[in-house]
Design a protein around this ligand. Sequence first.
Ligand SMILES: [Cu+2]
Length: 160
Amino acid sequence: MKPFLILFAVLLFSVFALPGQTLRADGVKVGGLMIMHPWARASAGEAKVGAVYLTVVNNSSKLDRLIMVGTDRGGKAALHNHVMKSGVMMMETAGPIEIKPGDRVKFKPGGLHVMLSGLKSPLRKGELFKLRLSFENAGKASVDVKVMSVGAKSAHEGHN
Ligand SMILES: [Cu+2]
């Protein structure tokens, strides 16, 4: 390789190796918000329900709220949270979800989630579908949700 080509290769590598770049490629930006790692667990057996998890980062100086969710996967989508009631873990509807300036709100198994019910068919591992989100200030966003295995704990199973 000519010295010029080597220099070019090194430059190219350092651009793609910047952590900030990977993060940006991984998220969907809407207004001052960034929506990261949307994923769902595969439905158990033939159950036509599912849960979506994601992280919302507020890079703006304004408080925002997630007010509505929707999906093209059929059925309905709702904001849910898990709460302990007399020692029993239960789900209840949640929202609007506040995302304070500089804050990061994480939807995760056992906590906040987007509940999907009445799906056209059960969610299967490897599938992708659209989730729509409406924020009070940032407006509307659409993200691709990746379906992971039934027992997955994050969007990065197998990468740990
Ligand atoms: Cu739920």
